[in-house]
Design a protein. Structure first.
Length: 191
């Protein structure tokens, strides 16, 4: 099946102080993380072995990046989600867009000394994360934390900063569009 889609990028920015005050609730969102199948099994996800708020406060500003992946409904006829899992054909599209986003974010990190990015969802560098076996990350220089795992309210971020509604699956149907939300954490230059 050849699914057609378009992807558009939306960006926004705010100070880290404003971001933490208005868009971060570590305890609340990490509570949701405990129900995730990746909890404690992926180094990019919770539980973290560091002070999340201290980590965020070590940066001055945050640039938010959203990718809206609009699916052409005519090319997905008959395609259904099963048990609220996106079909492999749609997952392949998300993987393509995540790979593009990773390249862009790495380029942005290089252009902004001292910056780091937070990704959408769990790290996918290794087929099976070393954390499953109680081992340290195999690629700590490549691994990035997820925006959700540091307490980011991605629904509120998308709506208020990016002007984008996140659509969720209903009745095992693919939403009109899928959304990736990530961030670039920035330090002010010259300090």
């Amino acid at each position: 099946m050849n699914i057609k889609y378009t992807a558009s990028v939306i960006t926004g920015r705010c100070s880290m102080q404003e971001f933490i005050k208005d868009y971060v609730n570590v305890e609340y969102f990490q509570g949701f993380c405990t129900a995730c199948c990746y909890y404690g099994k992926n180094w990019s996800c919770t539980p973290h072995d560091f002070d999340v708020l201290g980590f965020l406060k070590s940066y001055d500003d945050i640039r938010l990046i959203g990718v809206k992946i609009k699916i052409d409904r005519r090319t997905t006829r008959g395609l259904k989600c099963k048990d609220f899992q996106v079909p492999p054909e749609v997952t392949a599209i998300v993987d393509i867009e995540k790979a593009k986003l990773t390249k862009t974010l790495l380029k942005e990190e290089r252009a902004n000394p001292g910056s780091t990015y937070l990704f959408a969802g769990q790290c996918e560098i290794c087929p099976v994360c070393a954390r499953v076996d109680g081992l340290p990350c195999r690629h700590p220089e490549k691994m990035r934390y997820s925006l959700e795992s540091v307490g980011g309210d991605v629904t509120k971020i998308a709506k208020e900063i990016l002007g984008l509604d996140i659509l969720w699956m209903k009745d095992n149907k693919i939403p009109e569009y899928l959304t990736l939300i990530c961030a670039l954490l920035l330090k002010n230059q010259g300090e």
